[in-house]
Design a protein around this ligand. Structure first.
Ligand SMILES: [Zn+2]
Length: 301
Protein backbone atom coordinates (compact mmCIF):
# COMPACT_ATOMS: atom_id res chain seq x y z
CA UNK A 1 0.00 0.00 0.00
CA UNK A 2 1.46 3.40 -0.89
CA UNK A 3 1.75 6.23 1.64
CA UNK A 4 -1.21 8.46 0.65
CA UNK A 5 -3.52 5.41 0.78
CA UNK A 6 -2.11 4.33 4.13
CA UNK A 7 -2.57 7.84 5.51
CA UNK A 8 -6.15 7.94 4.22
CA UNK A 9 -6.90 4.56 5.83
CA UNK A 10 -5.54 5.79 9.16
CA UNK A 11 -7.66 8.95 8.95
CA UNK A 12 -10.79 6.95 8.13
CA UNK A 13 -10.23 4.61 11.09
CA UNK A 14 -9.59 7.52 13.41
CA UNK A 15 -12.85 9.15 12.31
CA UNK A 16 -14.79 5.92 12.68
CA UNK A 17 -13.43 5.37 16.16
CA UNK A 18 -14.62 8.84 17.06
CA UNK A 19 -18.12 8.33 15.73
CA UNK A 20 -18.56 4.71 16.86
CA UNK A 21 -19.92 5.55 20.32
CA UNK A 22 -22.67 7.53 18.57
CA UNK A 23 -23.73 4.47 16.61
CA UNK A 24 -24.48 2.31 19.61
CA UNK A 25 -27.70 0.42 19.02
CA UNK A 26 -26.98 -3.18 19.81
CA UNK A 27 -28.56 -4.83 22.83
CA UNK A 28 -26.65 -8.01 23.36
CA UNK A 29 -27.08 -11.26 25.18
CA UNK A 30 -24.80 -11.89 28.09
CA UNK A 31 -23.84 -15.47 27.29
CA UNK A 32 -24.94 -17.57 24.35
CA UNK A 33 -25.65 -21.27 24.17
CA UNK A 34 -22.45 -23.23 23.71
CA UNK A 35 -23.70 -24.35 20.34
CA UNK A 36 -20.77 -25.68 18.38
CA UNK A 37 -20.77 -25.17 14.68
CA UNK A 38 -17.77 -27.22 13.67
CA UNK A 39 -14.06 -27.50 13.60
CA UNK A 40 -12.78 -26.40 10.22
CA UNK A 41 -10.17 -27.30 7.69
CA UNK A 42 -6.93 -25.43 8.18
CA UNK A 43 -6.33 -22.63 5.73
CA UNK A 44 -2.89 -22.33 4.35
CA UNK A 45 -2.85 -18.70 3.33
CA UNK A 46 -0.47 -16.47 5.22
CA UNK A 47 -2.38 -13.43 6.24
CA UNK A 48 -0.59 -10.44 7.64
CA UNK A 49 -1.80 -7.45 9.59
CA UNK A 50 0.15 -5.12 7.37
CA UNK A 51 -0.74 -6.60 4.04
CA UNK A 52 -4.48 -6.37 3.56
CA UNK A 53 -5.52 -7.51 0.13
CA UNK A 54 -8.88 -6.23 -1.06
CA UNK A 55 -11.12 -9.23 -1.74
CA UNK A 56 -14.57 -9.30 -3.26
CA UNK A 57 -17.46 -10.19 -0.96
CA UNK A 58 -17.77 -13.46 -2.86
CA UNK A 59 -14.13 -14.36 -2.23
CA UNK A 60 -14.40 -13.35 1.42
CA UNK A 61 -17.53 -15.43 1.95
CA UNK A 62 -15.95 -18.49 0.42
CA UNK A 63 -12.99 -18.05 2.75
CA UNK A 64 -15.43 -17.82 5.66
CA UNK A 65 -17.07 -21.03 4.51
CA UNK A 66 -13.72 -22.80 4.43
CA UNK A 67 -12.58 -21.38 7.74
CA UNK A 68 -15.72 -21.76 9.83
CA UNK A 69 -18.06 -24.25 8.16
CA UNK A 70 -15.97 -27.09 6.80
CA UNK A 71 -15.65 -30.00 9.12
CA UNK A 72 -12.46 -31.84 9.95
CA UNK A 73 -12.05 -34.74 12.30
CA UNK A 74 -9.42 -34.57 14.98
CA UNK A 75 -6.98 -37.44 14.98
CA UNK A 76 -6.67 -37.52 18.77
CA UNK A 77 -8.76 -36.22 21.63
CA UNK A 78 -7.57 -32.67 22.18
CA UNK A 79 -8.46 -30.06 24.76
CA UNK A 80 -7.79 -26.34 24.50
CA UNK A 81 -7.93 -24.47 27.80
CA UNK A 82 -8.91 -20.89 27.09
CA UNK A 83 -8.77 -18.22 29.77
CA UNK A 84 -10.50 -14.93 29.09
CA UNK A 85 -10.61 -11.34 30.34
CA UNK A 86 -7.21 -11.19 32.07
CA UNK A 87 -4.61 -10.62 33.09
CA UNK A 88 -5.73 -10.11 36.68
CA UNK A 89 -3.38 -9.98 39.68
CA UNK A 90 -5.90 -11.93 41.79
CA UNK A 91 -5.88 -14.99 39.54
CA UNK A 92 -3.19 -14.90 36.83
CA UNK A 93 -0.20 -15.69 39.13
CA UNK A 94 -2.05 -18.71 40.55
CA UNK A 95 -3.06 -19.92 37.10
CA UNK A 96 0.52 -19.66 35.92
CA UNK A 97 1.78 -21.62 38.89
CA UNK A 98 -0.81 -24.40 38.45
CA UNK A 99 -0.25 -24.64 34.69
CA UNK A 100 3.52 -24.85 35.24
CA UNK A 101 3.12 -27.58 37.87
CA UNK A 102 0.84 -29.59 35.59
CA UNK A 103 3.00 -28.98 32.52
CA UNK A 104 0.03 -27.64 30.58
CA UNK A 105 -0.15 -24.67 28.21
CA UNK A 106 -3.27 -22.54 27.80
CA UNK A 107 -4.54 -19.82 25.50
CA UNK A 108 -5.14 -16.47 27.21
CA UNK A 109 -7.62 -14.22 25.43
CA UNK A 110 -6.60 -10.97 27.04
CA UNK A 111 -8.26 -7.58 27.17
CA UNK A 112 -6.21 -4.63 25.99
CA UNK A 113 -7.19 -2.58 29.01
CA UNK A 114 -5.98 -5.36 31.36
CA UNK A 115 -2.72 -5.75 29.45
CA UNK A 116 -2.23 -2.01 29.76
CA UNK A 117 -2.86 -2.14 33.53
CA UNK A 118 -0.82 -5.27 34.22
CA UNK A 119 1.85 -5.55 31.54
CA UNK A 120 4.11 -7.59 33.85
CA UNK A 121 1.44 -10.29 34.11
CA UNK A 122 0.92 -10.32 30.35
CA UNK A 123 4.67 -10.64 30.06
CA UNK A 124 4.70 -13.58 32.50
CA UNK A 125 1.98 -15.34 30.47
CA UNK A 126 4.07 -14.96 27.36
CA UNK A 127 7.33 -15.88 29.11
CA UNK A 128 5.86 -19.16 30.32
CA UNK A 129 5.05 -20.15 26.76
CA UNK A 130 1.30 -19.75 26.79
CA UNK A 131 -0.51 -18.54 23.71
CA UNK A 132 -1.78 -14.98 23.51
CA UNK A 133 -5.20 -14.15 22.14
CA UNK A 134 -6.98 -10.85 21.57
CA UNK A 135 -10.33 -10.32 23.38
CA UNK A 136 -10.84 -6.65 22.36
CA UNK A 137 -9.75 -3.68 24.43
CA UNK A 138 -12.77 -2.80 26.57
CA UNK A 139 -15.19 -5.79 26.53
CA UNK A 140 -17.93 -3.16 26.37
CA UNK A 141 -20.72 -4.90 24.43
CA UNK A 142 -22.63 -1.73 23.63
CA UNK A 143 -19.58 -0.16 22.08
CA UNK A 144 -17.82 -3.04 20.34
CA UNK A 145 -20.94 -4.58 18.80
CA UNK A 146 -22.40 -1.27 17.67
CA UNK A 147 -20.51 -1.50 14.39
CA UNK A 148 -17.95 -3.91 12.85
CA UNK A 149 -15.45 -1.05 12.55
CA UNK A 150 -15.69 -0.32 16.27
CA UNK A 151 -14.97 -3.98 16.89
CA UNK A 152 -12.02 -3.99 14.50
CA UNK A 153 -10.67 -0.80 16.08
CA UNK A 154 -10.59 -2.47 19.49
CA UNK A 155 -8.82 -5.55 18.14
CA UNK A 156 -6.25 -3.31 16.47
CA UNK A 157 -5.76 -1.23 19.61
CA UNK A 158 -5.09 -4.39 21.64
CA UNK A 159 -2.86 -5.74 18.90
CA UNK A 160 -0.79 -2.57 19.07
CA UNK A 161 -0.46 -2.88 22.86
CA UNK A 162 0.70 -6.48 22.55
CA UNK A 163 3.20 -5.42 19.93
CA UNK A 164 4.53 -2.52 22.00
CA UNK A 165 4.59 -4.19 25.40
CA UNK A 166 5.38 -7.80 24.53
CA UNK A 167 6.81 -7.58 21.04
CA UNK A 168 4.22 -10.08 19.83
CA UNK A 169 1.20 -10.06 17.56
CA UNK A 170 -1.67 -12.49 17.42
CA UNK A 171 -4.38 -13.15 14.88
CA UNK A 172 -6.34 -15.32 17.33
CA UNK A 173 -9.36 -13.48 18.66
CA UNK A 174 -12.39 -14.22 20.78
CA UNK A 175 -15.58 -12.21 20.81
CA UNK A 176 -16.66 -11.05 24.28
CA UNK A 177 -19.75 -13.11 25.17
CA UNK A 178 -19.14 -15.16 22.00
CA UNK A 179 -20.16 -14.52 18.42
CA UNK A 180 -23.73 -15.74 18.87
CA UNK A 181 -26.16 -12.85 19.08
CA UNK A 182 -23.32 -10.43 18.32
CA UNK A 183 -21.77 -11.16 14.93
CA UNK A 184 -23.44 -10.31 11.66
CA UNK A 185 -21.83 -11.29 8.37
CA UNK A 186 -19.97 -7.97 8.29
CA UNK A 187 -18.10 -8.82 11.49
CA UNK A 188 -16.74 -12.05 10.01
CA UNK A 189 -15.87 -10.29 6.77
CA UNK A 190 -13.97 -7.47 8.44
CA UNK A 191 -11.99 -9.92 10.56
CA UNK A 192 -11.16 -12.02 7.51
CA UNK A 193 -10.09 -8.93 5.57
CA UNK A 194 -7.69 -7.96 8.34
CA UNK A 195 -6.30 -11.42 8.99
CA UNK A 196 -8.05 -12.17 12.30
CA UNK A 197 -9.76 -15.47 13.14
CA UNK A 198 -12.45 -15.72 15.81
CA UNK A 199 -12.81 -18.70 18.17
CA UNK A 200 -15.73 -19.52 20.44
CA UNK A 201 -15.90 -22.51 22.82
CA UNK A 202 -17.88 -25.69 23.32
CA UNK A 203 -17.40 -26.21 27.06
CA UNK A 204 -18.66 -23.36 29.21
CA UNK A 205 -17.60 -23.62 32.85
CA UNK A 206 -20.08 -20.81 33.62
CA UNK A 207 -17.52 -19.43 36.06
CA UNK A 208 -18.31 -15.85 35.02
CA UNK A 209 -22.12 -16.05 34.99
CA UNK A 210 -22.79 -17.89 38.24
CA UNK A 211 -22.08 -15.50 41.08
CA UNK A 212 -20.98 -17.79 43.90
CA UNK A 213 -19.90 -20.73 41.80
CA UNK A 214 -17.84 -23.43 43.50
CA UNK A 215 -14.88 -25.36 42.11
CA UNK A 216 -16.93 -28.55 42.09
CA UNK A 217 -19.71 -26.92 40.10
CA UNK A 218 -17.15 -25.72 37.53
CA UNK A 219 -15.85 -29.28 37.18
CA UNK A 220 -19.41 -30.65 36.94
CA UNK A 221 -20.19 -28.20 34.16
CA UNK A 222 -17.14 -29.39 32.24
CA UNK A 223 -17.91 -33.08 32.68
CA UNK A 224 -21.60 -32.61 31.80
CA UNK A 225 -20.81 -30.84 28.52
CA UNK A 226 -17.82 -32.86 27.40
CA UNK A 227 -19.57 -36.00 26.01
CA UNK A 228 -16.24 -37.53 25.03
CA UNK A 229 -15.93 -35.00 22.22
CA UNK A 230 -12.75 -35.10 20.18
CA UNK A 231 -12.12 -31.35 20.31
CA UNK A 232 -12.89 -29.59 23.59
CA UNK A 233 -12.47 -25.84 23.87
CA UNK A 234 -12.96 -24.94 27.53
CA UNK A 235 -13.98 -21.42 28.55
CA UNK A 236 -12.63 -20.13 31.87
CA UNK A 237 -12.08 -16.60 33.14
CA UNK A 238 -9.20 -14.69 34.66
CA UNK A 239 -11.32 -12.34 36.75
CA UNK A 240 -10.18 -12.87 40.31
CA UNK A 241 -12.51 -15.74 41.33
CA UNK A 242 -11.09 -18.09 43.97
CA UNK A 243 -13.28 -20.97 42.75
CA UNK A 244 -11.48 -20.85 39.40
CA UNK A 245 -8.09 -21.24 41.07
CA UNK A 246 -9.38 -24.25 42.95
CA UNK A 247 -11.10 -25.69 39.88
CA UNK A 248 -8.24 -25.42 37.40
CA UNK A 249 -6.21 -28.42 38.67
CA UNK A 250 -9.40 -30.51 38.84
CA UNK A 251 -10.32 -29.64 35.26
CA UNK A 252 -6.80 -30.45 34.07
CA UNK A 253 -6.80 -33.79 35.91
CA UNK A 254 -10.20 -34.67 34.45
CA UNK A 255 -8.92 -34.24 30.90
CA UNK A 256 -5.61 -35.99 31.57
CA UNK A 257 -7.44 -38.99 33.03
CA UNK A 258 -9.83 -39.02 30.07
CA UNK A 259 -6.84 -39.33 27.71
CA UNK A 260 -6.87 -35.84 26.20
CA UNK A 261 -3.88 -34.02 24.87
CA UNK A 262 -3.57 -30.36 25.87
CA UNK A 263 -2.83 -27.89 23.12
CA UNK A 264 -3.03 -24.15 22.62
CA UNK A 265 -4.95 -22.58 19.77
CA UNK A 266 -3.02 -21.96 16.59
CA UNK A 267 -3.96 -20.80 13.13
CA UNK A 268 -4.32 -24.39 11.96
CA UNK A 269 -6.30 -25.59 15.00
CA UNK A 270 -9.87 -26.73 14.45
CA UNK A 271 -12.03 -23.61 14.68
CA UNK A 272 -14.91 -24.04 17.09
CA UNK A 273 -17.50 -21.34 16.51
CA UNK A 274 -21.12 -20.86 17.45
CA UNK A 275 -23.83 -21.35 14.86
CA UNK A 276 -24.82 -17.77 14.07
CA UNK A 277 -27.40 -16.92 11.42
CA UNK A 278 -24.65 -15.42 9.25
CA UNK A 279 -22.62 -18.63 9.23
CA UNK A 280 -25.72 -20.71 8.59
CA UNK A 281 -26.37 -18.60 5.48
CA UNK A 282 -22.78 -18.99 4.30
CA UNK A 283 -22.91 -22.72 4.88
CA UNK A 284 -26.21 -23.10 3.04
CA UNK A 285 -24.90 -21.18 0.04
CA UNK A 286 -21.60 -23.00 -0.43
CA UNK A 287 -22.91 -26.43 0.54
CA UNK A 288 -25.40 -26.09 -2.30
CA UNK A 289 -22.76 -24.91 -4.75
CA UNK A 290 -20.50 -27.78 -3.78
CA UNK A 291 -23.18 -30.39 -4.23
CA UNK A 292 -24.28 -28.88 -7.56
CA UNK A 293 -20.67 -29.06 -8.73
CA UNK A 294 -20.42 -32.64 -7.51
CA UNK A 295 -17.90 -31.56 -4.90
CA UNK A 296 -16.93 -33.92 -2.14
CA UNK A 297 -16.52 -31.28 0.54
CA UNK A 298 -18.93 -31.65 3.40
CA UNK A 299 -20.37 -28.88 5.52
CA UNK A 300 -21.05 -28.99 9.21
CA UNK A 301 -24.49 -30.57 9.17
ZN1 LIG B 1 -14.79 -12.04 28.05
Amino acid sequence: MDHPKKLMAVIIYALLLLICPLLVTAETREHPEPDVLAPDAPLDENTSMEDVTPLSEEELDFRLYRRYCMKTTASAKTVYLTIDDGPDPRTTPFYLQILAEKGVKATFFMLGRQVESYPELAWAIKAQGHTLGNHTYSHDYRYIYSNPLCYLGELQKTQELLRQLLGEETTLTRAPGGTYGHFTLEFYRILETHGFTTYDWNIDTQDAVIKNITANRILENVVRQNHNRSTAVVLMHDIGKKADIEALPKVIDYYLEAGYEFQTLKLDSPVVVHKTAALEEINKKYMRENSEAGGREKGFR
